[in-house]
Design a protein around this ligand. Structure first.
Ligand code: SF4
Length: 66
């Protein structure tokens, strides 16, 4: 699946990075960066935790062919 972040909603609190540091990373200016835009068998559980943890509901997962 594809990982999408609504950067207008994101408040850079880093909760997603805490759940899935292999995918989400706050840069030196506190802007959220995606290390990958795609889920894998390895990261999907952590990505789902990040989606659930985001207080702004800024992270969504969409089908690759959507
Ligand atoms: S948890 Fe949500 S609001 Fe916080 S940095 Fe991640 S995407 Fe942004």
């Amino acid at each position: 699946m594809k990982i999408k972040v609504d950067f207008d909603l994101c408040e850079s609190n880093g909760l997603c990075e805490a759940m899935a540091p292999e995918v989400f990373e706050l840069d030196d200016d506190d802007f959220l960066q995606l290390r990958t835009e795609h889920t894998t068998d390895e990261n999907i559980d952590n990505v789902k935790r990040a989606v659930a943890a985001c207080p702004r509901a800024a992270i969504t997962l969409v089908e690759d062919d959507a």
